[in-house]
Design a protein around this ligand. Structure first.
Ligand code: NAD
Length: 313
């Protein structure tokens, strides 16, 4: 049985980490979050200690290590994106491996610094890239690998996940903290696309505002028009009419790839692989971090060239 601590325990995604730790037969020793709304801990680890001050959390972990000789194997990190690298350092410096939410970091140079520390401490940095564990996506990768090597696929990726006004007040609406929507919402998809279709050869951004982004990616084996949005006004009329607030679509050669199901328990699946030593590493995360960093830092060209049809909305 491995011992865990959790940073960012009061947030939306934290219960999936608690569940994954429990489902894999492991133990949560301690959790930390400056916000104290963590009643959910009763459903998973009522005996875990909880702290709202980092210093007290740190002191408790130190006490476990030196006074009670309890090893800490992993620190799971579900804090805001811009804090991930600092929280990974906390894990590695106290001799634990890290399991960090996406995006691992906001900028490529943060990866370089973490790689150095991982080498120095001999501790591993795992990240959650759960789309790579989705069966439909695994099947698609196989299909592409089995297709003629010179086949270039035409892909349209559309992901609209409506968010209310709260989003702009929270850290998620602050580009310096979340990286903006292409980073915060898109990173899963950019990782998945490059994992299946190969390295990025061209990365053009058509529009990029506070609530939507659209662009074109030329990959080794695909041409991808992509559109991401958190504004419900951009939903297709048929989806709005059904009262749905989320729309996720990937078309390949005009054919819809159905992958709305199969998302439950992918955190637990991620933990299973991490515990077997097969977690996605900092090296696996690098390409998507570079892609979203480029997207964030380039001037959108406007509606020119091969743009996603929703970009005109
Ligand atoms: P959230 O805002 O609901 O939760 C973040 C938590 O971090 C909050 O409870 C907040 O109080 C806490 N926090 C703030 N400052 C902190 C600090 N200095 N130290 C420790 N904790 C601090 O956000 P969320 O949606 O749960 O997202 C958390 C992370 O999970 C983000 O990195 C996000 O990108 C990622 N995420 C991943 C998925 C996925 O599908 N894998 C889905 C949603 C979010």
């Amino acid at each position: 049985m491995k011992n865990f601590a959790l940073i960012g325990a009061a947030g939306y995604i934290a219960p999936r980490h608690m569940k994954a730790i429990k489902d894999t037969g492991n133990h949560l020793l301690a959790a930390y979050d400056p916000y104290d709304g963590v009643g959910i801990m009763d459903s998973y680890f009522p005996s875990a200690r909880f702290f709202v001050e980092f210093e007290r959390f740190d002191r408790y972990l130190e006490k476990l290590k030196y006074d009670e000789k309890v090893p800490l194997d992993y620190i799971s990190i579900a804090s805001p994106n811009y804090l991930h690298d600092a929280h990974i350092r906390v894990a590695l410096r106290r001799g634990a491996d890290a399991i960090c939410e996406k995006p691992l970091v906001l900028n490529p140079w943060n990866i370089d610094a973490l790689e150095r520390l991982s080498e120095e401490t001999g501790k591993k940095i795992n990240t959650i890239l759960q789309l790579r564990l989705h069966q439909t996506i695994i099947d698609l990768k196989k299909r592409v690998e089995e297709a003629p090597k010179d086949k270039i696929f035409d892909i349209d990726l559309t992901y609209i996940t409506s968010r209310g006004y709260w989003y702009y007040t929270s850290w998620k609406g602050d580009v310096t903290k979340s990286g903006g929507i292409a980073t915060n919402i898109g990173v899963h998809f950019f990782d998945m696309l490059a994992w299946i279709f190969g390295d990025i050869q061209q990365n053009t951004v058509h529009i990029h505002t506070h609530d939507r982004a659209a662009g074109f990616l030329q990959l080794e084996r695909a041409r991808v028009r992509w559109f991401l949005s958190i504004n419900e006004e951009t939903l297709p009329e048929a989806i709005k009419a059904k009262g749905q607030r989320t729309y996720r679509s990937i078309t390949i050669e005009g054919e819809e790839l159905e992958f709305s199901a199969g998302f439950t328990d992918l955190h637990t699946r991620s933990y299973e692989e991490i515990l077997k030593g097969n977690g996605y590493t900092i090296t696996d995360a690098r390409r998507a971090i570079e892609t979203v960093h480029q997207i964030r830092n380039q001037q959108p060209v406007g509606l020119k060239g091969d743009y996603h049809p929703f970009a005109v909305k």
